[in-house]
Design a protein around this ligand. Sequence first.
Ligand code: ADP
Ligand code: MG
Length: 482
Amino acid sequence: MSYTIEGATGPWELVIGLEVHAQIISKSKLFSGAATDFGAIENSQVSFIDAGFPGMLPVINRECVAQAVRTGLGLEAHINLVSRFDRKNYFYADLPQGYQISQYKHPIVGAGKIEIQLESGDVRTIGITRLHLEQDAGKSMHDQHASKSLVDLNRSGIALMEIVSEPDMRSPEEAGAYLRKLRTIVRYLGTCDGNMDEGSMRADVNVSVRKPGEAFRTRCEIKNVNSIRFVMQAVEAEARRQVGVWEAGGTVDQETRLFDPTRGETRSMRSKEDAHDYRYFPEPDLQPLVLDESWIEELKCSLPELPDQKYTRLMRDYGIPPYDAAILVMERSTADFYELVVRGRDGKLVSNWMLGDFFAGLNRTGRTIETSPVSANNFGYLLDLITDGTINGKIAKEILEIMIDTGEAPRAIVEARGLRQVTDTGAIDAAIAQVMEANADKVAEYRSGKEKLFGYFVGQVMKAMSGKGNPALVNEALKKKL
Ligand code: ADP
Ligand code: MG
């Protein structure tokens, strides 16, 4: 079933295409040797090139090119052996050159694709139009001085990849899934850290609406949306606005808009600029970029296993369902942790505990796999204690909580707190006798046919044993005694 917005005149379909700016991970900038560290003191990482001094000559950074090629390969895209740089002219205080060096007609990477998984289980393929290299601009700061704006040029000249999708997405969910998948891929590749809150990945969101089956209508572009949730909200808000405009007999003008997350609406920023407004012309200070096929082959061979491949392999090797595998591969560190733990253990047991109580505990304490106080070894040992019958599942949950809070090893916790499961039938029988004596009325009810009470007795016996009874043995003995 496809996603639509219900208007007064019937259902409207959404058409969405994303342009994602992804900051390349590299030690130095695209055309200069200045450093790229995030959070450095303002204007401490600026060369004469980044500051736009006249007469400075840009020199292309080979590592940035390699990163773009790796990303292209990860998107199963065509790599163009010859690409070119152009000047995109515009004035802004954070762009001292007066132009941005970008790739316009001849990008380094051509058509590719990304597969996304939806909540429904459906898989959709979203086309990638192109990926091109360009310089980032600096950053204007309007909140540092009472009457002046300041500019920080540390970001000026950092390499960006602009990754443009086809208008293939049809719902906010698909836009979110696309962005999440793209982020996972670049993180696996190590080409962009994908941290949207630090601005190293930002999305321009193009949205239009149409009646099902119609040709595309005019789109609006929502600039610089900086979280996946906001992208989804912006799509929804903008689509509803456009439906309103069309249905009121108006027309949607092609324009650039901004999303205001606190009000949940988009507002006009400027009318859409066209390519000719920028007076693009070939960058005279740079040669065309010519790549060697054997170098691309080398880069291809050194790519890590990508999320889609890992997804298929985890299901095959460890017999886990698609849902579990999909979550495990979202972050490489999560999949790595899983694979460390699962060695010699049951695949589904490990994923159940990881995706359930372990993730919940990390969330509760504001931690991630990377900062987890529970090592893969200790997590595995905890599961072994369940498997070999030392503890039951309920106690295991308590132990896991303690491990997350203190980082202690599971066996030490069991010993120190006497949490071993009781399998001694004498002790179980004694607890049962005690419970039956205290609940003579309920025993009578049970015996006269109220079998639902069985669960109550199990609970009472477990409670009498401080949760440490072996559940199977308790069940068995209770049946006999009752
Ligand atoms: P520009 O270069 O002006 O930004 P492009 O044709 O390169 O325009 O498209 C930019 C983005 O807009 C692409 O991601 C594309 O998928 C998307 N797009 C194009 N047409 C539409 C449309 N009618 N509705 C929604 N998105 C669209
Ligand atoms: Mg654009």
